[in-house]
Design a protein around this ligand. Structure first.
Ligand code: ZN
Length: 286
C-alpha cells in the first residue's frame, strides 16, 4: 500500500476511559508511528443525550497523561463543540440515509427491543418487518438496512490477509436510523471514516461484526475505497473475573489507575505484555 496511513482514535464520551481504551490508543499510536502515518482524534458524540461533559474532558486529560499525540482533531472540549462535533455532520449523514432509501436498501421497523429479544435469543433481528412495507417517511420509526442471506464481505487484515464475514448472520438487517431520528452508530462511523480517508482501523475484537456491517454499508453507498482499509481487531482487556471492562466500572478507569500508579509506565507495561512486545517499544511513545 503506497498511500499514507490514516487512522483514528474514536472514543465515545459516555463514560470514563479505562485500561481497555488506553490499550487501544497505544496500539493505534504504535502502528501509525511505525508507518509514519496520520492520526486523527474523532470523538463519537452524536448520541447527545448520552454525552457527558465530564467524560469529554476526561478524554483530553487522559490522552495527555498517556503521552498520546495526534495530528488532527479537537485540541480540547471547546474545539470539539465549536468545530469537530458529529452534530455538525448530521445533514451529511442524512444525505447518505436518503441515498440508501432511494436505492431501495431500507425498510421501516416498528419492533421494540424486547419484542426482538423474545423471538431471537442472540438479539439478531428476525426479519419481522422486512416484508411489511411500512411507510419509511412516517416519523418515529427505526430504519433498517436489508441484508440478504449469505451477504459476505471481505475484510483486509493488517497483514493484507482477507477474512470473510457473513453480515446476515452477525448483523442481520442492522439499524441505520434510530427511532428518535438520529443516524445510527454504524452509519456515522463509516461516513466519518470515508471522509477522513481512514485506511487503518484499530478496534477491539467485539467490534468485528460492526466492521462487517460498515463494509456492507460502504458497498451499498457505492464506495470502492473502504474495502482497501486494513483492520486490526485486538484482544479485549478484562477485569479479574474475566469480564470485558466497561465505562461504568471504576477500578480500571484511567483516572483511578492514575491515582494508583502516578505515571503511565504501568499502563505501558500492561500494553506491552498484552502485545508480546518489549516494553521499550511502547516507551518510545511518550
Ligand atoms: Zn421490525
Amino acid at each position: 500500500m503506497n498511500s499514507p496511513v490514516i487512522s483514528r482514535l474514536a472514543p465515545t464520551p459516555s463514560g470514563y476511559l479505562h485500561l481497555g481504551n488506553a490499550f487501544n490508543f497505544l496500539l493505534t499510536c504504535l502502528l501509525v508511528d511505525f508507518m509514519d502515518g496520520h492520526l486523527h482524534l474523532r470523538i463519537d458524540d452524536l448520541d447527545e443525550p448520552r454525552v457527558m461533559q465530564s467524560s469529554v474532558e476526561d478524554i483530553f486529560v487522559q490522552l495527555e497523561w498517556l503521552g498520546i499525540k495526534y495530528d488532527s482533531g479537537p485540541s480540547g472540549p471547546d474545539e470539539l463543540f465549536s468545530k469537530f462535533s458529529q452534530r455538525f455532520r448530521i445533514e451529511r449523514y442524512h444525505e447518505s440515509l436518503e441515498l440508501l432509501r432511494k436505492s431501495g436498501h431500507l425498510f421501516a421497523c416498528e419492533c421494540s427491543r424486547s419484542e426482538i429479544r423474545q423471538i431471537s435469543s442472540n438479539g439478531n433481528y428476525p426479519g419481522t418487518c422486512r416484508n411489511k412495507k411500512l411507510n419509511l417517511l412516517k416519523g418515529n420509526q427505526t430504519w433498517r438496512i436489508l441484508v440478504p442471506v449469505q451477504t459476505l464481505v471481505c475484510l483486509k487484515t493488517f497483514t493484507n490477509k482477507i477474512e470473510k464475514i457473513d453480515v446476515s448472520r452477525e448483523m442481520a438487517d442492522f439499524v441505520i436510523k434510530r427511532r428518535d431520528g438520529l443516524p445510527a452508530y454504524q452509519l456515522a462511523s463509516i461516513m466519518d471514516d470515508l471522509e477522513l480517508g481512514v485506511n487503518l482501523v484499530v478496534r477491539g475484537y467485539d467490534l468485528r461484526s460492526s466492521t462487517g456491517a460498515q463494509l456492507y454499508l460502504a458497498k451499498c453507498l457505492n464506495d470502492s475505497i473502504f474495502p482497501e482499509t486494513r483492520f486490526v481487531h485486538h484482544v479485549l482487556q478484562t477485569d479479574d473475573a474475566g469480564d470485558k471492562l466497561s465505562k461504568s466500572k471504576g477500578a480500571h478507569s484511567i483516572q483511578m489507575l492514575r491515582e494508583k500508579h502516578r505515571n503511565p509506565t504501568w499502563i505501558y507495561q500492561e500494553t506491552a505484555k498484552s502485545l508480546n512486545l518489549p516494553f521499550e517499544e511502547i516507551q518510545t511513545l511518550g
